[in-house]
Every structure is written in C-alpha cells, then in structure tokens.
Design a protein around this ligand. Sequence first.
Ligand code: GDP
Ligand code: MG
Length: 466
Amino acid sequence: MSKIRVYQLAKELGISSKELIEKLSEFGVEVANHMSTLEEDEASIIMEFYDIDNKKPKDKKTSKKQNRENDETKGKEAVHEREEKKQESPKKIISIPEKIIVKDLAEKIGKSVSEVMGKLIALGVFATINQEIDFDTAEVICGDLGIFVEKEEVKEEVEFGLEQEEDKPEDLRPRPPVITVMGHVDHGKTSLLDAIRKTNVTAKEAGGITQHIGASEVEVHGNKIVFLDTPGHEAFTSMRARGAKVTDIAVLVVAADDGVMPQTKEAINHAKAANVPIIVAMNKIDKPNINPDRVKQELAENGVLIEEWGGDTICVPVSAKSGEGIENLLEMILLAAEMLELKANPKRLASGTVIEAKLDKGRGPVATVLVQNGTLKIGDSIVAGSSYGRVRAMMNDKGKAIKKAGPSTPVEILGLSDVPEAGDLFHAVREDKIARQIVEKRKLKVREENLNATARVTLEDLFKHI
Ligand code: GDP
Ligand code: MG
C-alpha cells in the first residue's frame, strides 16, 4: 500500500537517485532505475540507513518521537538548502517540457550530450540521444548536474488552438449585457425576475412564458438584456472558482421594508470582488411601512453609495408585485451597459460558460450555456469541462429550436457526452478529435493529481511510521 518511487524518496532525502540506488544495492535491494517502486519496508531500511550516513549515528535509545523530530529537522534543512541553492543561482531553474529529446535537454541545460547520457546510464536508463525522456527522468539527472528544472506549462489553449488571436477591433460588435440578480432571501429576487419576464412577454408575445432554461432574454426598445436565473451568490462563487466571469452587471434587490441584511452584504462583497457594477433595485415599494432613506443609508454604510448620496450607484424603486418601476429598472440596466461598451466577435468559434446542466432521461446530458464570444452552431464540436460532443440541437430561452447563437445568448444544448458542471467553460473546436483529446488530457490530469496526492500521503505515513 505504502509504495514510493526511487526518485521520490531520493528527492525527499535530498540525495541523487544514483546515490540512493547504490545504497539500496548495498542493502541487497536491487532496483532497475529511478522509476522503480520501493516497498514500505525497503524504504524504511534506507531511511534508517540514511540517518547513519548523515553523520548522526542513530542512538539506539532514542525514541521514535525523537527520530521523527530529527527527520523533520533534516527535511527542513534539506528544503532550506534547496531554497538557498535556488536563491544563489536563480538562473538555474530551467523550464523543460513534459517530454524532451535527450540532445535537446543537453542543449537546454547547457551540458554536453555525453554528460547527460552518462547520467542517464548511471540511472539505468538506456536512451539514445534522439530518444525522448520524461520529465521525472530529466529532473533527476538535472538534479545530479546541479540544475533545477520545472515543468513547462503548455497552456491547453495554446496546445489545442483554443486561444485564437485576439479579436480584431473591426470584428467586434456590441453584445447584450448579462445580468445576475442578487440579494437577501425573500427580498424578491424571483418575483422581480418573473415581473421582468412578464413585462416583456405581454409586450411581445402574449402567449405567456414557455420554456425555462435557467436564463432569459428580455427585449427593451429593441435592445436585449440577458438575465441569469442562478441564485446570485452561486453565479459568483461556483462560477468564479472556475475562472468564469459571466456577469456584466449585478442587480442588488433590497426590500424597502427590510433594508441591508447579511446576504445583501454578501452580495455586495461578491460584486465588488468581481469588479462588477451594481444597480440597486429597491423592491416592495408598494408596501405601507417602508423606509427608503434608511435603506439608502445602510447601503452607504456598506460601501454602496447611490447617486443621491454623491456616489455613482443607480437605485431604482420597484415593486415586483405591482410592476411599478420595472421598465425604469430595465432602462437603467441598458444605460449602465452602454457605459461598459460590451463587445464580442460573432465571427469566431464560440466560447462561454455552462450555466446549468442535468441528465435528462430522454435526451441525455442537457446543458444551458451562455455563449460569451463567437457564434455557436448546430453541428459544432464542443468541449465543456470533462465532457465533449457535437451540438445536436439548440433551444433558446423561449423553447424555440435555433440553428445558431451569437454572443450573450443563453442556449440549451444537446449532444454532450457527459453532464458538465455549472461554471465549466466551453469551447467550440475545429474537429471532434480535438475535443476528445482535450477531455482525455483533462481526465488524465485529474487522475495524475489524485495519484500525486496519494503519493504524498504515503510519504507522510512513512515518516510517521519510522
Ligand atoms: P427571493 O427569496 O428573493 O427570491 O424572494 P421572492 O421573490 O420569493 O419573494 C419573497 C416574498 O416577497 C414573496 O412572498 C413575494 O410575494 C413577496 N414580494 C416580492 N416582491 C414583492 C413586492 O414588490 N411587493 C410585495 N408586497 N411583496 C413582494
Ligand atoms: Mg427566490
């Protein structure tokens, strides 16, 4: 169970793998090379041995606890030494790719090929100068040569061509703002969204609200506004944790009869941390016992200074119940959006964020995504988190099947292999193959990370054990 690779243990002991292999051999533990796995008892032997070798002959009477302390200090010293070395010659940390050809490595680290080959042979790795070795091997031999290397991070975007050139200014077109409604529980977020949709529906298509996909588009005087239904704090926490920025403006709902409450403060903090402008919707103004001035003062006390108070935050009195002020709120949103000069390039491959996703019995994985840049089309190959596939069907917020979706359009899509997570980014790619490769690589990375975590735990267990 508690296994460790030779090079890992060598690293931990602050010695070269070669040295470790030799020591193991003296103890009758023959290993093939630095990648060989050691059993827990084999590792224990060498660690005890190392104690002696460290000119700190092990006192038979020392308690296990003391030994552990020794080990800890030793570990710290080694780390310290390594850090010092790094500081002495900061130039010596060289970035190398995950796999590198022997002669390229020699060139990169400024050593002769024969020196590098020599070290490889000493490790029991028989590679030709044109052969590739992996990072772990390279790290070990570089370590022997007194050179520190780090893994060159090849950004996935670069590797798979997801990161296209920046949009040319002439390709940029204005895009609708994306709004998140936030505020304390029961202050009227859901009612406000309903009221907004109703205003819009009655104005446009008296048929009523049809399908609901977790986001909706509203049209005001020919201008679109997109509202996300995700509870505000979720949109900010889970999505931001994945690096997604979906919201352009936060509408902060504050009940005029209740004022600033804990979740109001939380919402303010989220919006500020994400650098998203706030518009205050002072709700429930139809109620008799309201005190808007007190609410404004409380807002000011929490860093939201509205216009009347000399600040630049717009505050719109509304009633989600009577509909009063809703039009005004929408106009203010458009005004604020205009100042942000939101633009995107409809011509490129689509990218955006997963808003919500679920497994539908009949239709398979269903995801609502927000297209943030580019245009998503039926048949596009896409990758979202660890799922991929081809867009088989798309539906807009009104439940209508559509063939393409431009920037700032929320759409429900079918055709993914798995259910992605809310907050996952999605990208349309040129070929199915690329989408599959990206997902395979992402899954592998997760597995590797889990494995590494296990290896670390194992090592700690080992220290404890000794
Ligand atoms: P949420 O928790 O923020 O989503 O709040 P809801 O939209 O569920 O509203 C909470 C309660 O406040 C419900 O009983 C609503 O009917 C009521 N409510 C919401 N907006 C108004 C309003 O403008 N006026 C009045 N009088 N009640 C409202
Ligand atoms: Mg609600």
